[in-house]
Design a protein around this ligand. Structure first.
Ligand code: FES
Ligand code: FES
Length: 168
């Protein structure tokens, strides 16, 4: 029997009827057509399905959509603002932090969540904290560079925003 859920996805309130066993990743991809969230393993191993739930990175193949009732969900489609890439997306592009790109949305979502919690990241932090996101192509070197550059960009963007608020 279908049940109703209400949540906010990329800033937009959504109410939908779903089967109780629907995974969050299935709901995002199949019902909302947000196909930037990928399915790699479907067993919480690879991180390709990573999204933010109330600001924290989670693997969306590992929770039911009903568990996101009332939550704020952000997917890769929700990161760019006003046609401008998020600093972490821009850094992945600048540093060539991808090859086939299959792992990239999940990497970016994990990296943004990490950099929000821990703005002064070291290479060791990135390697340790993103060990739940697997990439079959790149050898990780450029991904780590991208995450460090993206974290620095997020930090300077936040500082600029704070100073603009003080000025206003
Ligand atoms: Fe979710 Fe691999 S598809 S962790
Ligand atoms: Fe291909 Fe990471 S870029 S899996």
């Amino acid at each position: 029997m279908a049940i109703s859920i209400s949540l906010t996805v990329n800033g937009t309130p959504v109410t939908a009827e779903i089967e109780p066993h629907t995974l969050l990743v299935q709901f995002l991809r199949d019902q909302l057509r947000l196909t930037g969230t990928h399915i790699g393993c479907d067993t919480a191993q690879c991180g390709a399905c990573t999204v933010h739930l109330n600001g924290r990175a989670i693997k969306s193949c590992n929770i039911l959509a009903v568990q996101a009732e009332g939550a704020q969900i952000t997917t890769i489609e929700g990161l760019a603002k006003d046609g401008e890439l998020h600093p972490m997306q821009a850094a992945f592009r600048h540093c060539h932090g991808l090859q086939c790109g299959f792992c990239t949305p999940g990497m970016v979502m994990s990296a943004t969540s990490l950099a929000q919690r821990q703005p002064d990241l070291t290479e060791a932090d990135v390697r340790a904290q993103l060990d739940g996101n697997l990439c079959r192509c790149t050898g990780y070197h450029n991904i780590v560079k991208a995450v460090l550059e993206g974290a620095a960009g997020m930090k300077s963007g936040a500082a600029a925003q704070a100073s603009a608020q003080v000025t206003v």
